[in-house]
Every structure is written in C-alpha cells, then in structure tokens.
Design a protein around this ligand. Structure first.
Ligand code: GDP
Length: 473
C-alpha cells in the first residue's frame, strides 16, 4: 500500500528497508517514522495527515445566537404500507405547485419544498423508515418532524408501531395524519384509541400529539396538515445561520448516465453556492450547477433547502455529511484520507471475519452453515437496498448470502480487491466495471456479473446458492 501510494515498486521499498537492517515481507506493517524516512529517501515529499488534521474544523464553527434565523422544518412521512404515504406526498406536492413554477418539470430529487403563506416546509420524498433509519445509523439527523400516516379504515399496524419506535428513538416529534377519511369504513376514533397502546396520546384524548384527519385521494385537509406542521415547527424553534459556509447531508445520490455523479444535498446550515468546493463523505465536488425539485437552476441554497448538486468526482452515499471547504487541495486531502480509512476498515473487516479462503471453508464446515459472499454495486441507493433486502431473504439455516459491500457507483479496483479477499463474485446492477477493475478481476480470477433486472439477479444468486447446499441424503 505504501509503495503503491508512492507509485514505486514494492520490491524497491523492501530493498531499501533491508539496507536499513529491517527484514520485512510485503504485508508487514511499518511505523510512520520508517515510512517517512523511506519516502524521503526515494525522493518523495512527506505530508503527515492525522485524523485530527483532516477532520478538524470541518464541522466545528460555532454560530453566534444573533446570527441564527428561523428555518423551514424538514418532514419525513412514515406509516404502514398502503396507508397512503406516497399518495399524501404526491397530493401535497401537487396542491402546492407555485403558479410561476408550473412550467417546470417536476423532478424526483429525494426531497421537495412547499409554501404556505410566506412559510416553507421541506418534505423528504422517500417515505418509510428504511431511509430514515439508515441515515440515523450513520449519525445524520435529517428530520425535524415525522408525519405518521394511519389509514382510518385499517388502524394501527405493525409498521405503524415500528415508525413510532423509530421516531421516538430519534427524539423526533410525531404528527398523526389519519388518512382515507373519504372511505365509508373510516373510523378515526379507533385509530386514536389504538395509538394509546404505543403512548401516542392525541390532543382530543388529553395528550399533546397533534392529529389531522385527511384524505390524500380527495385532497381534504391538506392545508390544515401543513398548518399543524408549521405550528409544531414553531414550538421546536428551528434555527440556522444562513450566513456561513454550508453544511448539510446527502439525501440521495446516483450515477447519472449523462450528467455523471449527482447528489441531492439537504442544506442544514449556511448557504451553498455554485462554484463552492464541498466534501461529502469520501467524495468531493466543485459545485457546477444546482437544480431544485422543479428542474430549475438555482445559484444558491440556504438552510432546509434540498438541491441536486452537479460536479461530484465520485458518487457519495445517502447519509454522508456535507461540508464546504476552502479549496480543492483541502478537499482532495480529506477525501484521500477518508477513502484510505474506508479501505482499511474494509480489509480489517474481511481479515477479522474470515481470513483466508481455507479458514473460511473450515469454519463453514464446523458451523454447518454456508455463506455466499458477494460485493454489490448499483446505480442508485434505492436499488442497492432492494437487492440487499431480497438477498437477505434468500437465506436458509443452511446457506446465506453475505454482502461484503454494497454501494452506489461503477465497479472499481478497490471493489475487486475487496472481493478477491473473500473470493466473492461482484454484481453490477446498471453499472459497469472500469478498465482497471476489469484487469484486476481477470488477474485475480474474480467474476463480475452484470444485471439490469433485480429479479434475474436474485434468481441467479438463488441458483448459485443452492449449489452450496449439501446434497440430499
Ligand atoms: P403507501 O404504501 O403508504 O405509500 O400507500 P400509497 O400512497 O401507495 O396508497 C396505497 C393505496 O391507498 C393506493 O391504492 C391509494 O390510491 C390508496 N389511498 C391513498 N390515500 C387514500 C385516501 O385518502 N383515500 C382512499 N380512498 N384511498 C387512498
């Protein structure tokens, strides 16, 4: 790795080490001082980068109280399947297309803003708690208020309870939207009563949780719901300083065929402008253009505004934190460091968990359970998650798929390195491998398979896994 990073041959490094009296093999670890010595001997300039050097100052700027202005609330809609989350998101959006923007083409960028009077509300456009939980697992808080949709004709269901648990765990207040009020079987009182079980006590039951009876289908009471969201937001006193370098979070990211990597960034602090240089997780961008949810170009974006950002060097991941940095050199330094950390983590994970292939086989035989390791790359976060979910379901007591890594973007050499460590095939869903990756895969004997239909992919893996099943006795 050290030789690689200097673009020197490993043997030359080892020779130099030998001259210094250190007899080492290619995978041995050397300390920083030795590395520095060797590097300068080979004519390289050494710059030490430690975690604190790199991360320091990225998210530490403190805002003065007087600089804080109120900002729009960010809302996620959760609830049981088929209770009307998507319908509600669509209905709110349609009812709110501002006259002047009606000409624009509605884009799905992962979030949108609506206006009520002179106030705005930001809705995260991926309903359900999967995305919410994933972001939270990565330490990112993107939601101020959860709207819990419960169908009036169906009542509280398992995923309603899950959503309540997630919102509570995150400490995010809930507003209940009792949906499908147009249905003859609608029974809102039953919904309110059932919610008591999960300690959601609405106002009419003597509690302090706001509830609104709506119909996404007929568009009934949507404005009232928005008013209640703003009321709740007022209580929360949501504030941010718009007059500083921007910080935010990646809501969605994908590799677009024509436009390259694009990511929807929800700004949380400060103002992002075209031309800014930002770091998002292990990727960076010089902001070439920003688009809102109506496909309009915007020059700047302030707190709580979602914008699609063009100009990324690689595809970041949903949940990655975003920060503007002073220049390109700094961005590269941070990204280099984070990518290296990512690789180290990945290789640690592998060696810690499985070791050599032989060890793996031995362990599998001992435990009687077989694992089918895989590396998965896809074009968008949504499909990657869907694939991982489907593969997890394939598992039996005897054999299970083990996803070593699942990510968005083309297949790279580092994916091959990871796969080869576990002798795992690589699956590309709507993405291809670049030249280096193809060459590395050839060399290592790693199979890369391409798919564009999830069903085909799952079917093939299922077939391959059944090959791992012990023959019937
Ligand atoms: P999701 O799974 O929670 O996103 O639910 P959807 O928005 O996909 O809605 C599920 C079904 O319920 C669809 O057939 C909708 O047309 C229907 N639906 C949603 N809202 C309403 C409503 O207010 N009234 C009625 N009658 N049907 C609704």
């Amino acid at each position: 790795d050290f030789a690689n990073r200097m673009a020197e041959r490993a043997v030359d490094v080892i020779k130099l080490l030998m001259k210094q009296g250190q007899m080492l093999k290619i995978n041995d670890v050397i300390d920083a001082d030795t590395a520095e010595l060797i590097a300068s001997e080979m004519g390289h300039t050494v710059k030490r980068v430690s975690e604190s050097d790199v991360e320091e100052g990225l998210f530490t700027e403190v805002d003065a109280d007087e600089a804080m202005e109120s900002r729009p609330p960010v809302v996620t809609i959760m609830g049981h399947v088929d209770h009307g989350k998507t319908s509600l998101l669509d209905a709110i959006r349609k009812a709110n297309v501002v006259a002047g923007e009606a000409g624009g083409i509605t884009q799905h960028i992962g979030a949108y803003q609506v206006e009520l009077g002179d106030q705005k509300i930001t809705f995260i456009d991926t309903p359900g708690h999967a995305a919410f939980t994933q972001m939270r697992a990565r330490g990112a808080k993107a939601t101020d208020i959860v709207v819990l949709v419960v169908a009036a004709d169906d009542g509280v269901k398992p995923q309603t309870k899950e959503a309540i648990a997630h919102a509570k765990a995150a400490g995010v207040p809930i507003i209940v939207a009792i949906n499908k009020m147009d249905k003859p079987a609608a029974d809102p009182t039953r919904v309110r009563t059932e919610l008591l079980q999960d300690e959601i006590v609405v106002e009419s039951m003597g509690g302090d949780v706001i509830d609104v009876e709506v119909s996404a289908l007929k568009g009934t009471n949507l404005e009232k719901l928005l008013e209640m969201i703003l009321l709740q937001a007022e209580v929360l006193e949501l504030k941010a300083n718009a007059d500083r370098t921007a910080e935010g979070i990646v809501i969605e990211a994908q590799l677009d065929k024509g436009r390259g990597p694009v990511a929807t960034v929800l700004i949380q602090k400060g103002t992002l402008r075209v031309g800014d240089i930002l770091v998002a997780g292990a990727e960076w961008a010089r902001v070439r253009a920003m688009l809102d949810e109506n496909g309009n170009q915007v020059k700047e974006a302030g707190p709580s505004k979602p914008v699609e950002v063009l100009g990324f060097q690689g595809t970041p991941e949903a949940g990655d934190r975003v920060a503007v940095v002073e220049n390109e050199a700094r961005a590269r330094e941070i990204v280099d460091y984070r990518q290296r950390q990512k690789r180290e983590k990945a290789s640690l994970h592998i060696s810690g968990a499985r070791g050599s292939l032989e060890q793996m086989m031995n362990r599998l035989q001992e435990s009687g359970r077989k694992e089918f390791p895989l590396v998965i790359k896809g074009d968008v976060q949504g499909s990657v998650e869907a694939i991982v979910g489907a593969l997890e379901k394939l598992g039996t007591d005897e054999v299970a798929a083990r996803v070593l890594h699942a990510g968005v973007g083309g297949i790279t050499e580092s994916d091959v390195t990871l796969a080869s460590a576990s002798n795992a095939p690589i699956i590309g869903f709507n993405v291809r491998a670049n030249k280096q990756a193809r060459e590395a895969a050839d060399q290592e004997g790693i199979e890369i398979r391409y798919y564009n239909i999830i069903y085909d992919l799952v079917d093939d893996i299922k077939a391959a896994m059944s090959g791992l099943l012990s023959p019937e006795r």
